[in-house]
Design a protein around this ligand. Structure first.
Ligand code: PMP
Length: 411
């Protein structure tokens, strides 16, 4: 297997021949260097998916930190359980109840962000060559994990209501005919990253039925579900199916990603394996972070704080949609009901990746669509995030983007 994508990347690295085959899946993003430039203050970045943590009142966080150190310092600074503290797992159940999920704290595994839960699930299920089914497009960070375990990702088409069940059935039939082993169906049902769309309730039920019939485990990744703008999202798939779903959640978007606390809720046998894998990876997730989150959830009006986030992100979403209407009326884009992202479709002859350096020169950054596909698609798509810049900046960013797109179209 070629290792062109391995860390170090070239034979100037004296260890080049020693890396494990799986490092071939660890490739640096082609646009990472540009993103360094894009973080300059004069650039409006519609690229990253960073939660706007400045909207968290300082005293809520510092108060929790101080109380943790004052009341439980020696415990919070110590190693803990590989499954996570019972206290934070109890709160996690309370958070999940708001999306219709019932479970036991025994079945929750706390992880270092939901990103690590994706890694652990992949580690315990994926052999090289196994198939993971995912939406087209899908979350770049998950695609990277699947690739690092040498799995193959097959995308299944989606529309404004999420993954299309008939296309899922077709993909399964085709892969089975090829003799492929389908291990996981990875879904982001709410306010999807990157497309911004939400899987309808009817399709949730249909997809659960299909996965059950074909013995495929569903990974329901739901970091954005509570950040809805108009109507709450439909209940989680996990609310109606327990044995066939590993549900992933996170405090990154509803509180703060810096604490790196996420979780998996899994059927019993899978949970046992996840705990072992977690212990082997990190011994125990950060006791300190879990204590601070527990204290925050005990003492603060966390639901009220999520409402504050929702109102703020809705304003930003509205600013983006209005700017798109005003400056790029001939393009098409998705209308998200929550979350952080709009997915923009350019005319077919425009290439979002090659256009990016020109955009950065015009002081606007975005994420080209190709990163969200494992198969090279997405060249004429762009992910625009509205979570971080304030509404005026979003408008100015879209205006700048429109000048770049219009100049490209005229070429
Ligand atoms: N899943 C999705 C769909 C995401 O967008 C993200 C963050 N960008 C993650 C998982 C990982 O989040 P965290 O590790 O911070 O919980």
């Amino acid at each position: 297997m070629t290792k062109q994508g391995s860390p170090g990347g070239t034979n100037l690295d004296p260890w080049y021949d020693n890396y494990a085959d799986r490092t071939a899946g660890l490739s640096a993003s082609a646009v990472r260097a540009l993103f360094a430039v894009a973080s300059r203050p004069e650039v409006v970045s519609l690229a990253g998916g960073m939660p706007y943590v400045s909207a968290l009142p300082d005293e809520l966080v510092t108060g929790a930190l101080e109380r943790v150190m004052r009341d439980q310092g020696p415990v919070a600074l110590q190693y803990g359980s590989g499954q996570g503290t019972p206290e934070v797992r109890e709160h996690i159940l309370e958070v999940m109840r708001t999306e219709g999920i019932r479970g036991s704290i025994d079945d929750v595994v706390v992880t270092t962000g939901s990103q690590q839960a994706l890694d652990l699930v992949s580690k315990i299920f994926l052999n090289p060559g196994d198939i993971v089914l995912a939406e087209a497009p899908s979350y770049v960070g998950a695609l990277g994990v699947f690739k690092s375990y040498q799995a193959q990702v097959r995308h299944v088409g989606m529309d404004a209501e999420g993954m299309i069940p008939e296309l899922l059935l077709e993909a399964i039939a085709a892969l089975k005919a090829e003799g492929q082993r389908i291990k996981l169906l990875y879904l982001i049902p709410n306010f999807q990253n990157p497309a911004g769309v939400t899987l309808s309730w009817e399709r949730r039920l249909r997809i659960i039925e299909i996965a059950r019939a074909h013995g495929i485990l569903i990974i329901e990744d739901n970091p954005y579900g509570l950040l809805y703008f108009d109507q709450p999202a439909p209940h989680a798939m996990r609310s109606v199916e327990e044995e066939g779903i590993v549900y992933l959640g996170s405090f990154s978007k509803t509180f703060a990603p810096g604490f790196r606390v996420g979780w998996a809720l899994a059927p019993h046998g899978i949970k046992e394996k996840l705990v072992l894998a977690n212990e082997s990876a990190v011994l125990s997730p950060s006791t300190f972070s879990q204590s601070v989150i527990t204290e925050y959830l005990n003492a603060a009006d966390w639901k009220g704080q999520i409402d504050t986030f929702r109102v703020m992100y809705r304003e930003r979403r509205d600013a983006m949609l209005e700017a798109l209407d005003d400056f790029l009326p001939e393009m098409s884009w998705t209308v998200p009901n929550g979350g952080f992202f709009v997915w923009l479709t350019l005319p077919e002859h425009l290439d979002s990746q090659s256009m990016l350096p020109r955009a950065v020169k015009e002081l606007v950054a975005y994420t080209p669509g190709t990163g969200f596909y494992a198969d090279g698609n997405g060249r004429h798509n762009i992910r625009l995030s509205f979570c971080y810049p304030k509404p005026d900046f979003i408008r100015e960013g879209v205006r700048r983007l429109s000048t770049v797109i219009n100049a490209e179209r005229a070429l």
